[in-house]
Design a protein around this ligand. Structure first.
Ligand code: B16
Ligand code: MG
Length: 213
């Protein structure tokens, strides 16, 4: 066994909520009269906090907003996003992800979540994964979001493991950077596979069996 624990990002790794984030930000942007918000813009929102993600949208808006107005806009986006989550169920957890998680656990690894999302508990519960992970560090228990390593360091601490004993799995450039900054080896999928901070680029989730066990 190459590691003692694996810390998974949530949106874009365990499930496809990254697409819902994009659609919800796009809807908010259009409400603000911004028609040029793109998937490229959305890539910069991956892994970073809700308020930092809002700033990516507002770069394309001439109007200036007070801090209070920004909080209201972020809330508005979250309400749109939460409506998209309502129909999520265990059927949204792919067979590949579930089988791989089970095999990693059976191989003796401790499993944790390290996500910037404050919606993590609700999403895990909808996927039928509430209580599945040995530790959950998320947007509700951190001060700094990715690329700061806080969420992964917290997850490792909750597992009682050192960063060098854990593999971080990420889809976002900011997330791969966060893992590296925390002293972790990083398996990167999607955008993160191209990151210079990624140790193991993988093309599909089950490749983790080769990397971690
Ligand atoms: P929320 P991850 C991140 O989750 C998303 O990638 C990022 O796009 C989002 O802004 C952030 O969570 C905060 O999410 O608004 O739900 O609190 O990829 O770190 O699992
Ligand atoms: Mg992600």
């Amino acid at each position: 066994m190459k590691f003692k624990g694996v810390i998974f990002d949530l949106d874009g790794v365990i499930c496809s909520t990254d697409e819902y984030h994009y659609m919800a930000w796009k809807a908010l942007a259009e409400k603000l009269g911004i028609t040029t918000f793109t998937r490229e813009d959305n890539k910069r929102q991956r892994g970073v906090s809700r308020m930092e993600s809002l700033e990516v949208v507002l770069e394309k808006c001439d109007k200036k907003f007070t801090d209070e107005e920004k909080l209201a806009l972020a809330d508005e986006k979250n309400e749109i996003y939460k409506k998209m989550l309502v129909n999520m169920s265990p059927a949204d957890l792919s067979e590949e992800v579930k089988t791989t998680l089970d095999k990693l656990r059976a191989g003796g690894l401790k499993l944790a979540i390290g996500s910037s999302s404050k919606n993590t508990p609700a999403i895990l519960s909808r996927l039928g994964l509430g209580g599945y992970f040995d530790a959950v560090a998320d947007g509700n228990c951190i001060t700094h979001s990715k690329p700061h390593p806080e969420v992964f360091l917290k997850a490792a601490e909750m597992l009682s493991l050192e960063p060098s004993e854990c593999l971080v799995v990420e889809d976002a450039a900011a997330g791969a950077q966060a893992g590296y900054a925390g002293g972790f080896k990083v398996a990167g999928i999607g955008e993160a596979a191209k990151s210079g901070y990624t140790t193991y680029p993988i093309s599909t989730f089950s490749d983790l069996l080769k990397v971690a066990l």
